[in-house]
Every structure is written in C-alpha cells, then in structure tokens.
Design a protein around this ligand. Structure first.
Ligand SMILES: Cc1ncc(COP(=O)(O)O)c(C=O)c1O
Length: 412
C-alpha cells in the first residue's frame, strides 16, 4: 500500500468538508482586529474571536512588539530557552505572571498546545496514574496519550464518576512509587461550562492526588481579579499545576505554567517540547507583558465583557434560542441541522452581517451544529442588539433548527 492508498483509507469526515474551503473552514478575516472586520470585501460583526478583553489589537501591545521587532527581528532569540534562547524579558514576564497568579514561580511555553502536552508528559512516569475529564482539551488528551502508566477518563464534569475512577485507581496505585494526577480544564472551550473545582478539590480530603488545571479560557475572565476558575471557586491553593495560553484574554501567542518553585524548576529542565523547540519570540513576550499590565490596571474590561455576556445571553433566552449550559462568554448556539442545512443557516446569518463559524461533526454529534458565539469587551450594546435581531429573523425563517433540544455530546 502506498501513501496515497493509505490516506484514502483514512479519509473520512474531512473529505466532505474539503469542498467548503474559505467559508466553512480556512476563512480569512481581514482588517484591524475588533468587533468589526472584513470578509471578502464586506464588513461583518465578528463573534468568533476569543478576544475576551479586547487586547488583541491594543496599541501598547502592538507598539511593544513592533519596537522589539525593529531592534531584534521578528523571532529573536534564535534558540531554545535552555541554551541561548533566553532574554531578561522572558524572566520578567515569568515574574509578572507568578506575582499576578500568587504562585511561587511561572514558566513560559512557546505554544500552549505543545507546552501543556509536554508538561503532563514531564510530570508523570509509568508509576503514576492519570484521571482526567473526558472532555479536556486535545492538547491534554495528547499529553495523556504519551503517558505509559495507568489512566482513567471520567464522565464530563461528573464528580461522582471521578470519585469512582479514583477508587478504581487506588486498587492498583502504589503511593510509595507514584502519584495520582487529576487533569481538568477550568473552563471547557466548546460549551463554556466550568469544572466544579470546589467539589473536585473537596475529594482531596479523601484521596491524595495532585490537580492540574488548564484554564486557557478562564484566565483574565473569571475571578474578581482575573486569576481564573481557581479564584472563582476559591480553591487556588489546591490547584497544584495551573496552565493557560496567551492566545485568549491576553490576545497573543504562547502560554505559561504556574506552580510551586520546585515544580517549575523541575519543568524548566524536563519539558521536551520546550527543550527541543524554540523559545517564545521576544516581540510576543514584550507584547504580553504590556497586555498583562493593562488587564490588571483595567478591570472594567472584565466587567464590560460580563455585562455583554449577560445582555447577549438574556436576549437569546427571550428568543427561546438554546445555547447549552454555558457559564461564560462562550455561547454555543444550537442549530438542529445537518451540515448542508447548517451551512445554509450560517450563510443566512452572514447575509445579515453577522460573522460566526459552524462547529460540526465530529466535534458535535451528527444532526447538530453550533454557532460558537464568543462575547468580547469589544462588542457594544448596539452590536449585540443587531446580532439578536438577526437571530430573531433566523428563528422565524428556520424555526425547527433553532428550537431548543435536550442534551448534546461534545467530542474533544
Ligand atoms: C483549553 C485550551 N488549552 C490549550 C489550548 C492551546 O493553546 P495554544 O493556542 O496556545 O496552543 C487551547 C487553544 O485553543 C485551549 O482552548
């Protein structure tokens, strides 16, 4: 069998999507990042960026990146962090993050995906047991795939099933040789629900486990000061390893892990994707430094984000349009439709100047599509009214596709 024959065998769902290039997938939005952008020459109200705090196009972040690029080029330093891929700015940002997160230390990773995947790999060996929520982000799933010890998934957000899996793990677990590691997302990116961290942490009284939280979508968004779901649930001290990307609230690239000093010191020398891959470029580091300062200095960004979220979601509720059990600015509007009909409804929404994308099978079950509408600080009340008005018209035109149904399955 040659490679083409092999790939033909593997080709499944992607083939039916490949014909929709440019509007269902690989879509290019142009212009300055904000609530209004251009697509194929027309202006749209954009609802699909994870720019929660409106920092992606903040002047201070752009200036910092531009100045660093002018001085050092776009991708300095030209090596891995452990060798000569280090700058003082990298350390400054780590200190800033550790201080903000009230943790002993923090470490940058060049990309959230490969960083978090490798952190799980570095922290565990065959003597350890990982117990993870079945819906954690793909990068954590890949990290868990690398694990050659025991692993158990628990049903999404079911504390009861987590406890059952802990009991199961305890039967073969040898605490003198290894640890139990529980892995969850703080906020789940597709449906916008939080992990019940208070209840998960309560299990620590009975079972001795370490807790790993990927809070990529909640950092800067949840908690009175923006320290994410652990702050929101008041369990910060019980979270042993906290990771977040910079690609959401901080509007940039890269990510970090925050934890006790001894954990971070260990990770600096053991996370393979960081030891064998280039460091986060200086322009990004300088830009994130600025955005982090703004995030802290302007808590009103978070307040406006939540005001917008409530306003939008209340409006959808009044229209009796279902958007799951979200607790966050992530608003997954449910469209009961096949791919073809879902595309028709997507185009109808775009006709009205509202830009979203469609989440389709296999991420969600067949017969269902989602418009993953993400509220942002950048949206104005007028923007939201215009969007709600578009949904009102959509519902009139496609009543059964936009009528609520019961539960839905998400496949990370
Ligand atoms: C929950 C979660 N974790 C990790 C990542 C990966 O982060 P990055 O985009 O920095 O690779 C994402 C990005 O979409 C995410 O949503």
């Amino acid at each position: 069998m040659d490679i083409t024959q092999k790939l033909q065998r593997k080709a499944t769902v992607w083939q039916q999507y490949s014909q929709h290039h440019g509007y269902l997938h690989h879509t290019e939005l142009k212009g300055k990042i904000g609530s209004k952008m251009h697509y194929e020459g027309k202006e749209y109200l954009v609802w699909c960026l994870n720019d929660y705090l409106g920092l992606m196009d903040h002047e201070a972040g752009i200036t910092a990146a531009t100045e660093a690029t002018a001085e050092y080029g776009p991708s300095y330093p030209h090596s891995v962090r452990l060798t000569v891929g280090h700058t003082q700015a990298h350390t400054e940002l780590e200190d800033q993050l550790a201080k903000f997160m009230q943790r002993e230390e923090a470490m940058l990773v060049n990309l959230g995906y490969q960083g978090f995947m490798s952190i799980i790999d570095a922290l565990t060996d065959r003597h350890d047991t990982i117990i993870y929520d079945q819906n954690v982000h793909a990068c954590l799933i890949d990290g868990i795939r690398l694990h050659n010890g025991r692993k158990f998934a628990f049903k999404h957000n079911s504390v009861e099933h987590l406890e059952q899996q802990l009991e199961r793990a305890m039967k073969t677990h040898r605490p003198e040789h290894g640890m139990l590691l529980v892995v969850v997302d703080g906020l789940y990116s597709m449906q916008g629900e939080t992990a019940p961290l208070d209840q998960i942490v309560a299990l620590k009284a009975k079972y001795d486990f370490a807790l790993f939280v990927d809070d990529s979508h909640a950092f800067g968004v949840f908690g009175a000061e923006g320290r994410g779901t652990p702050e929101h649930y008041q369990v910060e001290e019980a979270v042993d390893v906290y990771v977040s990307t910079f690609t959401k609230a901080l509007g940039n690239l890269g990510g970090f892990v925050a934890a006790k000093k001894e954990i971070i010191e260990f990770l600096r020398f053991t996370v393979r994707s960081q030891i064998f891959s280039r460091t986060m470029p200086l322009p990004m580091v300088r830009s994130v430094q600025q955005n982090l300062k703004i995030m802290q200095a302007e808590p009103e960004r978070r307040a406006i984000l939540w005001r917008n979220t409530r306003y939008f979601q209340d409006g959808l509720r009044q229209l009796q349009i279902a958007f799951g059990q979200t607790e966050s600015p992530i608003t997954p509007v449910q469209i009961n439709a096949s791919l073809d009909e879902g595309l028709k409804i997507l185009m109808a929404l775009r006709e009205m100047g509202i830009f979203s994308y469609l989440v389709v099978y296999p991420v969600v079950e067949k017969g269902l599509c989602l418009f993953r509408m993400v509220c942002s600080y950048n949206h104005s009340i007028e923007d939201i009214d215009q969007t709600l008005n578009a949904f009102r018209q959509l519902k009139e035109k496609y009543p059964s596709a936009l009528s609520p149904r019961s539960t839905i399955e998400i496949n990370p």
